[in-house]
Design a protein around this ligand. Structure first.
Ligand SMILES: O=C(O)[C@H]1NCC[C@@H]1O
Length: 257
């Protein structure tokens, strides 16, 4: 079976299995109070941490790859909507950000179909009119989706909602790991939040929540970037079991010529 990996796989938090054998929720080499899980995503190393106590997993968080605002206030011509001004930010994947109000929509109340149509039109406009660049890999230089927001980017202890429409017009059920990372990098770039100032992000689709904060300034090529910590809850939804038989000749991998 072939699987196409998303560049960031923020959802990998929900597949931090560390499980083997027939006993559910059993952790192998669980650390206390957190177990670190290094996830090698196409965008780079994402360090995840899972709370573990009395045989149960709890909250999870990850430290992102360097995240940066790529461009702000970029005007594109969007089919059916005319000129739309977007921000573009990278958090393991590139996203365009627009306040849903620009389309007369509300990320928590409008019909998903209308939100998806607007976001998809923006994605297609940005893809055809803006050339993206990633300092470390050409493979990462593509727009993964558009995130419509409630426009509440100024710091507040109240949650801010967004809806992420990514890949082939898919709607994320969470506020989006790589999307929250990109949004925090954008807010930090604009001076709207400080280092270690935590915000809560809510999915316009389901109401599920993540928190996000910039924890460290780093460089990514010419971009001033930040490492972002995203935290939330994850639940087991399935178990995969891999085995290695001693006489499997390909078990250590192979190279294609
Ligand atoms: O949370 C994430 O980063 C993933 N979920 C949808 C878009 C990404 O693949």
């Amino acid at each position: 079976m072939e699987t196409e990996l998303p560049p960031h796989a923020g959802d990998a938090l929900s597949v931090v299995d560390m499980h083997t054998g027939g006993e559910p929720l059993r952790i192998i080499r669980g650390g206390y109070p957190e177990t670190q899980v290094n996830i090698h995503c196409p965008c780079g190393l994402v360090r995840a941490f899972v709370e573990y106590s009395h045989g149960r997993t709890g909250a999870v968080r990850f430290l992102s790859v360097p995240a940066f605002a790529f461009a702000t206030g970029v005007t594109v011509t969007v089919e059916g909507f005319g000129e739309v001004t977007v921000d573009i930010s990278y958090g393991g994947a590139f996203y365009a950000f627009v306040d849903a109000q620009r389309f007369g929509l509300d990320v928590t109340a409008s019909r998903s179909r209308d939100l998806v149509d607007a976001a998809t039109a923006v994605t297609s406009a940005v893809k055809s009119q803006v050339k993206l660049h990633h300092p470390t890999s050409d493979d990462l230089a593509f727009l993964y989706g558009t995130i419509l927001t409630d426009g509440k980017d100024d710091y507040s202890s109240e949650p801010t909602a967004n809806i992420c429409v990514f890949a082939e017009a898919q709607v994320d059920r969470s506020p989006t790991g790589s999307g929250v990372t990109a949004r925090v990098a954008l807010q930090y770039h604009k001076g709207l939040i400080q280092l270690n100032q935590r915000r809560t992000f809510q999915s316009g689709a389901t109401g599920s929540r993540f928190t996000g904060k910039a924890v460290e300034e780093v460089e990514c090529g010419d971009f001033k970037a930040v490492v972002v910590e995203v935290a939330g809850r994850a639940f087991y939804t399935g178990v995969s079991c891999f085995v290695q038989e001693p006489d499997d000749e390909l078990t250590h991998g192979f190279l294609l010529k």
